[in-house]
Design a protein around this ligand. Structure first.
Ligand SMILES: NC(=O)c1ccc[n+]([C@@H]2O[C@H](COP(=O)([O-])OP(=O)(O)OC[C@H]3O[C@@H](n4cnc5c(N)ncnc54)[C@H](OP(=O)(O)O)[C@@H]3O)[C@@H](O)[C@H]2O)c1
Length: 285
């Protein structure tokens, strides 16, 4: 059985959907915090069990009988996230899974300026330390981040954000298909995968140009001062640690931490990765 965690989240749900195109539902299980939200999967014959990374006792049951467990990294920060992810990895091993998979990031690095990257570095270190087979999916930066970065630009005609750098934006759907392809063919990629990214790295100047073309209206890019931008977020009620984390993303992008592109994702899904412009077509529609 293949067990996927986070199956009521955006990526996990799409991974399970893609997996069900490849393997019978009876061979698929999900570990979710609220099984009620996975009722549709249960109806399709997927094994649905409660699993919370903060309650390891639940994971023994959720992962029981799994030959592979895909741990979708928790949507948490810092040491809490590291604790959650390593707990889930350990529970998968303890349940006897032959391979543990984990959703890492293309920019994984201990010394990254973007706080989630050292979290993924810790997850990868933990996987490697076990000496057992693992696959760390080095997922590209979600294209779904871009609508947040552009803020109200579609109304104001202006993207106001700190200085940035090129990012190889990647869609959830493509990443989900790739994860399902790897799960359906055990051992296809051992260890850390190549970066699973879109085909081009684009900065906010490029995004402004795409939005201008898609909307037929001029969308300008204006560079904001880092501290003023963070202060504006705080005045909108964004907690200071979150504002600092978001600023870190711009600083990391400026340093080129997210500009790598690789054909690996396209090869896994057997078609070109979805371009950011196609994703944004859906956003402006
Ligand atoms: N590649 C990137 O650019 C990028 C960007 C942002 C985040 N990420 C990482 O990728 C992960 C998946 O992305 P996503 O878009 O699917 O995020 P998402 O929709 O927020 O899903 C996160 C999933 O993690 C589950 N989760 C959180 N805490 C948990 C815990 N303590 N125990 C068990 N499950 C827990 C959530 O469960 P519920 O469904 O019960 O809430 C949810 O299903 C994120 O969690 C984050 O680690 C990657």
């Amino acid at each position: 059985m293949i067990v996927v965690t986070g199956a009521t989240g955006q990526l996990g749900s799409q991974i399970v959907a893609a997996l069900l195109d490849r393997v019978p539902a009876g061979q698929v299980g999900v570990s979710v915090r609220d099984p009620g939200r996975a009722a549709g999967l249960a109806e399709r014959g997927v094994r649905v069990r409660a699993g919370d990374f903060h309650r390891p006792d639940t994971l023994a049951d959720a992962f029981a009988g799994a030959s592979q467990v895909l741990v979708v990294s928790a949507s948490e920060l810092g040491s809490t996230a590291i604790e959650s992810n390593t707990t889930a990895i350990d529970a998968a091993r303890a349940a006897g899974a032959e391979r543990v998979l984990y959703t890492s990031h293309q920019g994984v690095a201990e010394d990254s300026l973007f706080a989630p990257m050292p979290v993924h570095a810790a997850g990868e270190r933990h996987l490697a330390a076990s000496g057992q087979p693992y696959t760390s999916l080095r997922n590209g930066f979600y294209a779904s981040t871009v609508p947040f970065l552009i803020g109200p630009a579609l109304t104001t005609g202006e993207i106001v954000a700190p200085a940035d750098g090129p990012v190889s934006w990647t869609t959830h759907a493509d990443l989900a298909e790739a994860a399902a392809a790897i799960l359906a063919e055990p051992g296809r990629l051992d260890g850390a995968t190549p970066p699973l990214t879109g085909a081009e790295a684009l900065d906010l100047d490029d995004v402004a140009a795409i939005l201008t073309r898609l909307t037929g209206r001029t969308i300008r890019r204006t560079v904001a001062d880092d501290d003023e931008w963070a202060a504006a977020l705080a005045s909108q009620g964004v907690p200071a640690p979150q504002a600092t984390m978001l600023l870190g993303m711009f600083r990391a992008a400026r340093r080129g931490e997210f500009d790598i592109v690789s054909p690996a994702l396209s090869e896994l899904i057997g078609r070109p990765a979805t371009p950011l412009s196609s994703y944004l077509e859906g956003v402006v529609a």
